[in-house]
Structure formats: structure tokens, C-alpha cells
Design a protein around this ligand. Structure first.
Ligand code: ADP
Length: 160
């Protein structure tokens, strides 16, 4: 059984994240979408809201588990018996940070590999921060996120 962990903030989940999750299910028997409770990024949504949005945004939950984690990622991955960490790479601008994280994680646990997946090119410019910024200012983000997330953003920014 090949288990892959896809860790992230998912604040909120976008179509780019969904693309990576679907690609991951083609490679792994089980994909764990792991939502960090780390407050460093001052998330807009609570962990519970982020998990709810991930669940509602995926058409099928076959071979997908969604949960939060609150410990060193490599320890969590070992506990879940994962063979790999999954990260998305959009552009070269992602590379330096992702490279550093992957090297650090491999130092902490040499058996855990990091797999990078490229999304469909139409998602390469997309991230949660830009989606929140556009939504906050009243712009339409319906083609970047699921209907459920779109509605949640409107409620959060009092746009309903
Ligand atoms: P983190 O705070 O860990 O970077 P994010 O939710 O921002 O959490 O991202 C989680 C992972 O998803 C990262 O590997 C990021 O590069 C990837 N990702 C985010 N947006 C996209 C996208 N549009 N296409 C592909 N990968 C993405």
C-alpha cells in the first residue's frame, strides 16, 4: 500500500490543490491531505473550516483521507506509514523554498522522499493568497475555487 501525504495550509483549497490531489491518486493507493494547524500564516479559515471545504470540493473521496496535523511533518508521515510527501510546483519561484523543505525533511528522515507534481498549466498562477485578495475586494473567484469555497469566501468577507 503506497501512502502519500499532501501537506499544506489549504486556506482555502483552490482548483490548483484539487488538480494535485487528483494527480496524486493516480500514483498512490491512499492520499492523505494533511492540513497544518500552524498559525504562522495567520489563516483566514479555521482548521475545521479548511477541512470542511476540502471535503466539499472533491467529487470523490475514494482513496483520500483528510485530517489536520500538529507535529513535525516527518513524524506525522512516519506515524501514517507514508512513503512520500507530495508537493506542488507551479513555477521556478516555488523551487527554492520547496527544495529547502525537501532537503530538510530528507535529513530528518532519510527514507521519506518528496514527490513534486506540476499542475495543469492553467493553475500555475493560482494560490490561496491571491484568491483571498480578489474575493476580499469583491472580485469573482468562481473559476478558481469550488462553488462551496466561493460561497464560504463571500460569507467571510460579508459579500452576500
Ligand atoms: P503551504 O503553506 O504548505 O505552502 P499551501 O496550501 O499554500 O500550503 O500549498 C500546499 C501545496 O500545494 C504546496 O506544495 C503548494 O506549492 C501547492 N500548491 C498551491 N497552489 C497550487 C497550484 N495552483 N498548483 C499546484 N500546486 C499548488
Amino acid at each position: 500500500m503506497r501512502i502519500g501525504i499532501y501537506p499544506g495550509t489549504f486556506d482555502p483549497i483552490t482548483n490548483g490543490h484539487i488538480d494535485i490531489i487528483l494527480r496524486s491518486t493516480m500514483i498512490f493507493d491512499q492520499v492523505v491531505v494533511a492540513v497544518t494547524t500552524n498559525q504562522n500564516k495567520s489563516p483566514l479559515f479555521t482548521v475545521e473550516e479548511r477541512i470542511e471545504m476540502i471535503r466539499a470540493s472533491l467529487k470523490s473521496l475514494d482513496h483520500i483521507e483528510i485530517e489536520s496535523f500538529d507535529e513535525l511533518l516527518v513524524n506525522y508521515a512516519l506515524r501514517k506509514k507514508a512513503s512520500a510527501l507530495i508537493r506542488g510546483l507551479r513555477a521556478t519561484s516555488d523551487f527554492e523554498y520547496e527544495f529547502q523543505m525537501a532537503l530538510m525533511n530528507s535529513k530528518l528522515c532519510k527514507d521519506l522522499i518528496t514527490v513534486f507534481l506540476m499542475p495543469n498549466e492553467k493553475y500555475t498562477y493560482l494560490n490561496s493568497t491571491i484568491v483571498k485578495e480578489v474575493a476580499r475586494l469583491g472580485g469573482s473567484v468562481e473559476c478558481f475555487v469550488s462553488h462551496f469555497v466561493n460561497e464560504k469566501l463571500k460569507v467571510k468577507f460579508n459579500l452576500t
